[in-house]
Design a protein around this ligand. Structure first.
Ligand SMILES: *Cc1c(COP(=O)(O)O)cnc(C)c1O
Length: 392
């Protein structure tokens, strides 16, 4: 495949990427969409600056969390009206796990897999009324005590991807609800969580959705649960009628009860630009190119000294590939100094994300050539690249 024949090639120009950079870290922080600065400037100067508090009505701020949620819902194939944007992924995990436990009052176990993203595990550990089980093979560990199975579809470290439909069906056969974390999936792989009968889903706005640093997260709940849904954080904007200022809480119907407090309008506006851009790109083409990019990189790396920890079968991996190397941290820093931006996950994993809207096939070949230079001259041995920075 060549960039000239790439049906997605025009999307690259919709991002503001610095010259000379090959950005292979969009799975950690998506780059800046070209339209975002103007959109934010408009929200600040015109909407906030001129309309002041009236903007909540006049510019639709009060519906923004719902509106962007509906768009993300389309991207992940959720039940219509079942997705909102609110808070961070960590907080949404807490809200969904607790809501799931409430729907299964006779069960107390949260089940997850070894190697799940730390915040998912930490949040589950913090829920006092549940006990957490962390196992290598969670499907085999399903039993009548498990209220909710919490999994991340694409593993942040290895890039390995679970099959949502079959695992969800297995959980349901055991009477267990599922919470899928789609942080490394939304905007990267085709999703049909409504048809797959996923009970709860959460995910990040700042990775493949390109919503900007700290963008709010999404949360989605299957329509079948809306009648009995109770979220644990009962803030005024999750009330059925917030502006009635009732003396006590009455939950809004469905997923709207998952909103807690006032939404971050500037961040939501930025996220909407990223999501709109993603919705323009046919997700099947995104996936096709993602597989082609990761395949090309894997093949080149395997021919060198790098051993992949990412599944070789493209149907079993997401949009990133990882390699273990004892000097991985220094190599990643040396690559970054030469414009190839990947990242490192302790203790020894070099990780590269391939976001098909702006990564070109030529970028893959160039990244490999730059890596060859770094390895041949042992550039990574430079003491500059040995020092750990706060964010890896
Ligand atoms: C990135 C990521 C998160 C991040 O959670 P925040 O609350 O946004 O910091 C959570 N879970 C997974 C699986 C992730 O990849």
């Amino acid at each position: 495949m060549s960039d000239r024949a790439d049906p997605l090639r025009s999307f690259r120009d919709r991002f503001l990427l610095p010259d000379g950079v090959i950005y292979l870290d969009g799975n950690s922080l998506g780059p800046l969409p070209r339209a975002t600065p103007d959109r934010i400037a408009t929200v600040i100067r015109r909407e906030w600056g001129q309309s002041l508090v009236g903007a909540w009505n006049d510019h639709g701020w009060i519906d923004l969390a719902r509106r962007v949620g509906d768009k993300i819902g389309r991207l992940i194939g959720a039940d219509q009206g079942g997705t909102i944007v609110a808070d961070s992924t960590s907080i949404n995990i807490f809200k969904c796990l607790t809501a799931a436990l409430t729907l299964r009052p006779d069960r107390t176990v949260i089940l997850t897999e070894t190697g799940n993203f730390p915040t998912d595990i930490y949040i589950a550990e913090g829920i006092a009324r549940a006990s957490l089980r962390v196992v290598d093979d969670p499907v085999a560990a399903l039993d009548a005590d498990v209220a909710v199975l919490m999994l991340t579809q694409v593993n942040y470290r290895t890039g390995a991807m679970h099959d949502i439909a079959s695992i969800t069906a297995a959980a349901h056969r055991a009477g267990t609800l599922v919470l899928w974390d789609l942080s490394h999936s939304a905007g990267a792989v085709p999703l049909t969580i409504g048809a797959d009968e996923v009970d709860f889903a959460v995910g990040c706005g700042y990775k493949y959705l390109n919503g900007g640093p700290g963008a709010p997260a999404f949360l989605s709940v299957a329509a079948s649960h809306w009648p009995d849904l109770r979220f644990p954080l009962t803030g005024w904007l999750g009330h059925a009628d917030p502006f009635a200022f009732d003396p006590s809480f009455r939950p809004a119907a469905g997923v709207a009860g998952g909103v807690v407090g006032t939404p971050p309008i500037l961040s939501l506006a930025a996220l909407e630009v990223g999501v709109d851009l993603m919705l323009e790109a046919p997700i099947d083409l995104v996936r096709e190119k993602s597989v082609a990019l990761t395949e090309r990189f894997l093949t080149a790396m395997e021919a060198r000294e790098f051993r992949s920890i990412t599944p070789a079968d493209p149907t079993r991996r997401g949009s990133q590939v990882s390699f273990r190397h004892p000097d991985g941290y220094a190599i990643v820093l040396a690559l970054i100094a030469r414009g190839v931006i990947g990242d490192f996950r302790a203790p020894d994993v070099m990780r590269f994300g391939f976001a098909p809207l702006y990564v070109r096939y030529q970028d893959v070949d160039d990244a490999v050539a730059i890596l060859d230079d770094v390895m041949r001259a042992e550039v990574w041995r430079d003491p500059r690249y040995q020092q750990r920075r706060a964010v890896t």
